[in-house]
Design a protein around this ligand. Sequence first.
Ligand code: GLU
Length: 497
Amino acid sequence: MPDSDTAAPRVRFAPSPTGYLHIGGLRTALYNFLFARRHGGVFILRIEDTDRSRFVDDAEADILSALDWSGLAFDEGPGKPGRVGPYRQSERRALYAEHAEQLVRDGAAYLAFDTPGELDLMRDRLATEANPNPRYDATTRLAMRNSLSLGDEASARLVNDGVPYVVRLRVDPGSDVRFTDSVRGEVTFSTDAVDDQVLVKSDGMPTYHLANVVDDHLMGITHVIRGEEWLPSTPKHMLLYRAFGWEAPAMAHLPLILSPAGGKLSKRNADTLGIPVFTSAYREEGYESSALLNYLAFLGWNPGDDREVYTLEELVQVFSIERVGSAGVHFDVAKLQWFNLQHLRSVDPTEIAARSRPALEAAGITFDASYTARVVALLSERLAFPQDLATTWRWFFDDPVSYEEQGVRKRWKEDSAGLVRTLADRMPSDEGFDHDGLESVLRDLAEERGIGAGRIIHPVRLAVSGVTTGPGLFELLVVLGRDTCVRRLVRAAECLG
Ligand code: GLU
């Protein structure tokens, strides 16, 4: 996809409302959005809801709210009319019927009356060792019941009699179709490998292929950017463009998202690994939408240097479809959490504190906005989610009830209880209770006893937090406050002896 394309690109995200928005779908939406914004183009949302059997009532609402939450604003789509609407395929049925009729009139498509039973019989009857799965195509179609084998008159009679039929594309064998995929390069396929696909089903509904091609053309789509799972459909789409005499849009098929355990990241294998697949689940788990988008941007693309943390606006500046790779990419929750931590750092501590409130209260902690905001500020390099305050960082709110065993073994020596107790006695009064005041008290004590400061620092950390890791000791003592520190030091000295 050359950057030099003169006309502003028009791209679309075209989900089917057969389920809630999957993170793979969100990535497709993101890449379309970035491409459109990067090139001053238009980003369209089209709802592909022609498959009524798999329709899920609230799926469209979920897709809209997920896009809204993540900030991927579309320029045209349901509820945002543009020149080429409507944007729900169920509201465009007449267009598909007209276009299918046009193909039939031109001889590029035909009516087929075969019942499902007849199709099975055909497969049994024509199967040979060389061709175990005969398809409905140039080699079999004249042995079937359709307007080509029966003739126009007989077929018109059947239509009049109300016999159900489908419309099939007439695929002529013996030619090659080529297209360039921006991610995969040159793709060539032989029409011998494509069957006479159904364009209109017997209930009058278009298939995905017909509706997708007609809409991409009528909506002026210049670039189709979608998941690799649609690559096998592309030959069929190319044949449809050819049959209509239309120029096909440029194509880019995004690499598969793989499960950490291998294989495609399906809902089922994600569930077994405890990985959420729906965008709404990430929202509920407290992810920053900007972090999720940043992570998804890197799931198949990279900017070509070491920088990883980008806002959505920054991604727009650097995104290019040429840097999308074709190899499948493994989903990595730990990396996503790392992105979340990076993005959370730019959120105001007061806001993060407010977001943590439900989790803190659910854990039985009385919410104190200003104290919590100070804890958040102190944890800016460590807090991955607001609600982690109620778990990993709970000791900021409640005295530790136990002490990390391994830490005790390693850091709590015979003299620790005495040192910790002495420090408790010498804790500076309120005015001197700051970083420097605390540090000098501790260092003086170490000097007096002729020991290294570490000999006091580690047991003190263990005493006030119960664990061996966390932010800088003096800063954290200041946040905990004098009374809490004294109480915890005395208690640890008692418990650990
Ligand atoms: N409706 C298809 C989907 O659910 C769209 C595929 C395409 O973008 O062409 O992903």
